[in-house]
Design a binder for this molecule. Structure first.
Ligand SMILES: [Zn+2]
Length: 277
Protein backbone atom coordinates (compact mmCIF):
# COMPACT_ATOMS: atom_id res chain seq x y z
CA UNK A 1 0.00 0.00 0.00
CA UNK A 2 1.43 3.41 -0.90
CA UNK A 3 1.58 5.76 2.07
CA UNK A 4 2.50 9.42 2.00
CA UNK A 5 6.14 10.38 2.50
CA UNK A 6 6.13 10.62 6.29
CA UNK A 7 4.93 7.01 6.44
CA UNK A 8 1.80 7.88 8.37
CA UNK A 9 -1.74 7.01 7.48
CA UNK A 10 -2.76 10.62 6.85
CA UNK A 11 -6.45 10.03 6.77
CA UNK A 12 -7.67 11.63 3.56
CA UNK A 13 -4.51 11.05 1.46
CA UNK A 14 -4.40 7.33 2.25
CA UNK A 15 -8.08 6.65 1.71
CA UNK A 16 -7.80 5.41 -1.91
CA UNK A 17 -5.09 2.91 -0.90
CA UNK A 18 -7.22 1.81 2.04
CA UNK A 19 -10.23 1.19 -0.17
CA UNK A 20 -8.06 -0.82 -2.61
CA UNK A 21 -6.83 -2.97 0.30
CA UNK A 22 -10.39 -3.52 1.49
CA UNK A 23 -11.34 -4.71 -1.99
CA UNK A 24 -8.57 -7.32 -1.70
CA UNK A 25 -10.47 -9.00 1.13
CA UNK A 26 -9.36 -7.27 4.33
CA UNK A 27 -11.39 -8.47 7.34
CA UNK A 28 -10.24 -6.09 10.05
CA UNK A 29 -9.57 -2.36 9.73
CA UNK A 30 -6.53 -1.13 11.68
CA UNK A 31 -5.27 2.31 12.55
CA UNK A 32 -2.68 4.10 14.66
CA UNK A 33 -4.18 7.47 15.53
CA UNK A 34 -1.47 8.58 17.98
CA UNK A 35 1.04 8.52 15.10
CA UNK A 36 -0.81 11.28 13.28
CA UNK A 37 0.82 14.70 13.69
CA UNK A 38 -1.98 16.28 15.72
CA UNK A 39 -4.74 15.07 18.04
CA UNK A 40 -7.25 16.44 15.51
CA UNK A 41 -5.73 14.39 12.66
CA UNK A 42 -5.74 11.31 14.90
CA UNK A 43 -9.41 11.79 15.74
CA UNK A 44 -10.16 12.29 12.04
CA UNK A 45 -8.41 9.01 11.18
CA UNK A 46 -10.48 7.17 13.80
CA UNK A 47 -13.67 8.67 12.37
CA UNK A 48 -12.82 7.75 8.76
CA UNK A 49 -11.63 4.22 9.57
CA UNK A 50 -14.61 3.34 11.76
CA UNK A 51 -17.01 4.67 9.12
CA UNK A 52 -15.31 2.52 6.46
CA UNK A 53 -15.63 -0.50 8.78
CA UNK A 54 -19.30 0.24 9.48
CA UNK A 55 -20.13 0.62 5.78
CA UNK A 56 -18.49 -2.71 4.96
CA UNK A 57 -19.49 -4.66 8.06
CA UNK A 58 -15.85 -5.20 9.14
CA UNK A 59 -14.15 -5.39 12.52
CA UNK A 60 -11.81 -2.71 13.83
CA UNK A 61 -8.58 -3.17 15.81
CA UNK A 62 -6.68 0.02 16.44
CA UNK A 63 -3.18 0.36 17.76
CA UNK A 64 -4.35 3.08 20.05
CA UNK A 65 -2.68 5.45 22.51
CA UNK A 66 0.51 3.40 22.86
CA UNK A 67 2.06 6.29 24.74
CA UNK A 68 2.82 7.55 28.24
CA UNK A 69 1.13 10.82 27.30
CA UNK A 70 -2.02 11.14 29.42
CA UNK A 71 -3.43 13.50 26.78
CA UNK A 72 -3.39 10.79 24.11
CA UNK A 73 -7.14 10.22 24.22
CA UNK A 74 -7.99 8.52 20.93
CA UNK A 75 -9.69 5.68 22.78
CA UNK A 76 -12.39 8.18 23.69
CA UNK A 77 -12.96 8.99 20.00
CA UNK A 78 -12.82 5.29 19.11
CA UNK A 79 -15.49 4.46 21.72
CA UNK A 80 -17.68 7.42 20.72
CA UNK A 81 -17.47 6.47 17.01
CA UNK A 82 -18.25 2.82 17.83
CA UNK A 83 -21.26 3.96 19.84
CA UNK A 84 -22.50 6.31 17.10
CA UNK A 85 -22.05 3.76 14.30
CA UNK A 86 -23.46 0.80 16.26
CA UNK A 87 -20.21 -1.18 16.02
CA UNK A 88 -20.76 -2.84 19.42
CA UNK A 89 -18.68 -5.97 19.88
CA UNK A 90 -16.66 -5.38 16.69
CA UNK A 91 -14.13 -2.82 17.87
CA UNK A 92 -10.90 -3.31 19.83
CA UNK A 93 -8.51 -0.79 21.30
CA UNK A 94 -5.05 -2.34 21.52
CA UNK A 95 -2.39 -1.13 23.99
CA UNK A 96 -4.22 1.93 25.49
CA UNK A 97 -1.13 2.52 27.63
CA UNK A 98 -1.86 6.24 27.95
CA UNK A 99 -4.76 5.22 30.22
CA UNK A 100 -2.14 4.22 32.80
CA UNK A 101 -1.10 7.87 33.13
CA UNK A 102 -4.48 9.57 32.74
CA UNK A 103 -6.18 11.57 35.45
CA UNK A 104 -8.52 9.38 37.54
CA UNK A 105 -11.45 11.78 37.13
CA UNK A 106 -11.17 11.53 33.33
CA UNK A 107 -10.87 7.73 33.43
CA UNK A 108 -13.97 7.53 35.65
CA UNK A 109 -15.91 8.90 32.66
CA UNK A 110 -13.94 7.07 29.97
CA UNK A 111 -14.30 3.46 31.18
CA UNK A 112 -18.13 3.54 31.24
CA UNK A 113 -18.06 4.95 27.68
CA UNK A 114 -15.79 2.10 26.53
CA UNK A 115 -18.20 -0.36 28.14
CA UNK A 116 -21.36 1.21 26.71
CA UNK A 117 -19.80 1.30 23.24
CA UNK A 118 -19.03 -2.44 23.41
CA UNK A 119 -15.33 -1.83 22.77
CA UNK A 120 -12.86 -4.56 23.77
CA UNK A 121 -9.33 -3.99 25.01
CA UNK A 122 -6.07 -5.82 24.33
CA UNK A 123 -3.14 -5.10 26.65
CA UNK A 124 0.28 -6.37 25.62
CA UNK A 125 2.12 -6.91 28.92
CA UNK A 126 5.55 -7.98 27.59
CA UNK A 127 6.05 -5.00 25.32
CA UNK A 128 4.13 -2.52 27.51
CA UNK A 129 6.37 -3.14 30.53
CA UNK A 130 9.43 -2.96 28.27
CA UNK A 131 8.62 0.23 26.35
CA UNK A 132 6.49 2.39 28.60
CA UNK A 133 7.99 4.68 31.19
CA UNK A 134 11.28 4.85 29.25
CA UNK A 135 11.54 8.60 29.55
CA UNK A 136 10.74 8.54 33.27
CA UNK A 137 13.51 8.87 35.83
CA UNK A 138 12.15 7.44 39.10
CA UNK A 139 9.53 6.42 39.96
CA UNK A 140 9.09 4.71 36.58
CA UNK A 141 5.56 4.06 35.37
CA UNK A 142 4.54 0.51 34.49
CA UNK A 143 2.52 1.81 31.57
CA UNK A 144 0.14 -1.10 31.02
CA UNK A 145 -3.52 -0.08 30.69
CA UNK A 146 -5.91 -0.38 33.64
CA UNK A 147 -6.75 -4.07 33.33
CA UNK A 148 -8.51 -4.82 36.66
CA UNK A 149 -10.59 -1.63 36.45
CA UNK A 150 -11.70 -2.36 32.86
CA UNK A 151 -12.60 -5.96 33.78
CA UNK A 152 -14.50 -4.70 36.82
CA UNK A 153 -16.56 -2.46 34.51
CA UNK A 154 -17.42 -5.44 32.29
CA UNK A 155 -15.08 -4.60 29.41
CA UNK A 156 -13.60 -7.71 27.73
CA UNK A 157 -9.81 -7.48 28.22
CA UNK A 158 -7.39 -9.83 26.46
CA UNK A 159 -3.60 -10.07 26.69
CA UNK A 160 -1.69 -10.08 23.43
CA UNK A 161 1.94 -10.94 22.70
CA UNK A 162 2.41 -8.11 20.18
CA UNK A 163 5.94 -8.17 18.74
CA UNK A 164 7.78 -11.48 19.13
CA UNK A 165 11.24 -10.87 17.61
CA UNK A 166 11.82 -7.35 16.37
CA UNK A 167 13.84 -4.26 17.31
CA UNK A 168 11.29 -3.28 19.97
CA UNK A 169 11.22 -6.69 21.63
CA UNK A 170 13.66 -9.50 20.95
CA UNK A 171 12.81 -11.89 23.78
CA UNK A 172 9.48 -13.21 22.53
CA UNK A 173 8.77 -16.93 22.47
CA UNK A 174 5.16 -16.78 21.22
CA UNK A 175 4.25 -18.37 24.56
CA UNK A 176 0.86 -17.07 25.69
CA UNK A 177 1.38 -18.49 29.19
CA UNK A 178 4.39 -16.21 29.49
CA UNK A 179 2.19 -13.32 28.37
CA UNK A 180 -0.42 -14.20 31.03
CA UNK A 181 2.35 -14.54 33.63
CA UNK A 182 3.70 -11.07 32.90
CA UNK A 183 0.21 -9.52 32.68
CA UNK A 184 -0.70 -10.99 36.06
CA UNK A 185 2.41 -9.50 37.68
CA UNK A 186 2.23 -6.07 36.08
CA UNK A 187 -1.50 -5.69 36.85
CA UNK A 188 -0.94 -7.16 40.35
CA UNK A 189 -3.80 -9.60 39.69
CA UNK A 190 -2.75 -12.09 42.37
CA UNK A 191 -6.16 -13.03 43.81
CA UNK A 192 -7.42 -16.52 42.92
CA UNK A 193 -10.19 -15.17 40.66
CA UNK A 194 -7.92 -12.52 39.15
CA UNK A 195 -5.30 -15.15 38.25
CA UNK A 196 -7.96 -17.18 36.48
CA UNK A 197 -9.04 -14.03 34.63
CA UNK A 198 -5.44 -13.76 33.35
CA UNK A 199 -5.76 -17.27 31.89
CA UNK A 200 -9.06 -16.27 30.26
CA UNK A 201 -7.25 -13.21 28.87
CA UNK A 202 -5.10 -15.46 26.65
CA UNK A 203 -7.80 -18.01 25.78
CA UNK A 204 -11.56 -17.41 25.84
CA UNK A 205 -11.60 -13.61 25.82
CA UNK A 206 -9.44 -13.14 22.71
CA UNK A 207 -11.46 -15.86 20.94
CA UNK A 208 -14.59 -13.85 21.70
CA UNK A 209 -12.98 -10.58 20.59
CA UNK A 210 -11.88 -12.19 17.31
CA UNK A 211 -15.37 -13.61 16.80
CA UNK A 212 -14.00 -17.15 16.41
CA UNK A 213 -16.69 -19.68 15.71
CA UNK A 214 -16.57 -23.17 17.21
CA UNK A 215 -14.15 -22.18 19.98
CA UNK A 216 -14.28 -24.03 23.28
CA UNK A 217 -14.37 -27.44 24.94
CA UNK A 218 -17.84 -28.57 23.88
CA UNK A 219 -19.15 -31.14 21.40
CA UNK A 220 -19.15 -29.71 17.90
CA UNK A 221 -16.32 -27.25 18.50
CA UNK A 222 -13.28 -27.18 16.22
CA UNK A 223 -10.96 -29.22 18.48
CA UNK A 224 -8.06 -26.80 18.06
CA UNK A 225 -6.42 -26.94 21.46
CA UNK A 226 -3.28 -27.29 23.54
CA UNK A 227 -3.03 -29.93 26.28
CA UNK A 228 -1.19 -28.49 29.28
CA UNK A 229 0.64 -30.50 31.96
CA UNK A 230 -1.17 -28.67 34.79
CA UNK A 231 -4.07 -29.28 37.15
CA UNK A 232 -5.71 -25.89 36.70
CA UNK A 233 -5.26 -22.54 34.95
CA UNK A 234 -3.33 -20.98 37.84
CA UNK A 235 -0.82 -23.84 37.90
CA UNK A 236 -0.49 -23.56 34.12
CA UNK A 237 0.53 -19.91 34.48
CA UNK A 238 2.72 -20.50 37.56
CA UNK A 239 4.79 -23.26 35.93
CA UNK A 240 4.38 -22.15 32.29
CA UNK A 241 3.26 -25.76 31.98
CA UNK A 242 4.69 -28.14 29.39
CA UNK A 243 2.55 -28.33 26.27
CA UNK A 244 1.97 -32.09 26.13
CA UNK A 245 0.08 -31.96 22.85
CA UNK A 246 -1.03 -29.46 20.25
CA UNK A 247 -4.24 -30.51 18.54
CA UNK A 248 -5.55 -28.96 15.35
CA UNK A 249 -8.87 -29.93 13.86
CA UNK A 250 -8.92 -32.99 16.15
CA UNK A 251 -5.46 -34.21 15.04
CA UNK A 252 -2.34 -34.15 17.24
CA UNK A 253 0.25 -32.14 15.33
CA UNK A 254 2.93 -31.77 18.06
CA UNK A 255 3.87 -33.56 21.28
CA UNK A 256 6.28 -32.84 24.14
CA UNK A 257 7.33 -35.28 26.87
CA UNK A 258 6.26 -34.32 30.41
CA UNK A 259 8.94 -32.44 32.39
CA UNK A 260 10.98 -35.02 34.29
CA UNK A 261 13.98 -34.43 36.60
CA UNK A 262 16.31 -37.07 38.07
CA UNK A 263 17.87 -36.27 41.45
CA UNK A 264 21.23 -37.42 42.81
CA UNK A 265 21.05 -36.36 46.45
CA UNK A 266 21.59 -38.77 49.37
CA UNK A 267 18.34 -39.61 51.16
CA UNK A 268 16.17 -37.86 48.59
CA UNK A 269 13.84 -39.49 46.04
CA UNK A 270 15.35 -40.18 42.64
CA UNK A 271 12.68 -38.50 40.62
CA UNK A 272 10.39 -35.51 40.98
CA UNK A 273 6.72 -35.95 40.27
CA UNK A 274 5.64 -32.57 38.92
CA UNK A 275 2.00 -33.42 39.59
CA UNK A 276 2.33 -34.00 43.34
CA UNK A 277 4.70 -31.38 44.69
ZN1 LIG B 1 2.12 -3.39 18.54
Amino acid sequence: MAFPQDGLLRSKDALPSLVRALDMGVEVVGGIPHYERTMADGAESVRILTEVAAERGLRVDMHCDESDDPCSRHIETLAACSQRLGLHGRVTGSHLTSMHSMDNAYVAKLIPLIHEAGVSVVANPLINITLQGRSDTYPKRRGMTRVPELLEAGVPVAFGHDCVMDPWYSLGSADMLEVAHMGLHVAQMTGEEAMRACFDAVTETPARILGLEGYGLAPGCRADCVLLDARDPVEAIRLRATRLAVIRGGRIIARTEPAHARLDLPGRPQTVDFWNR
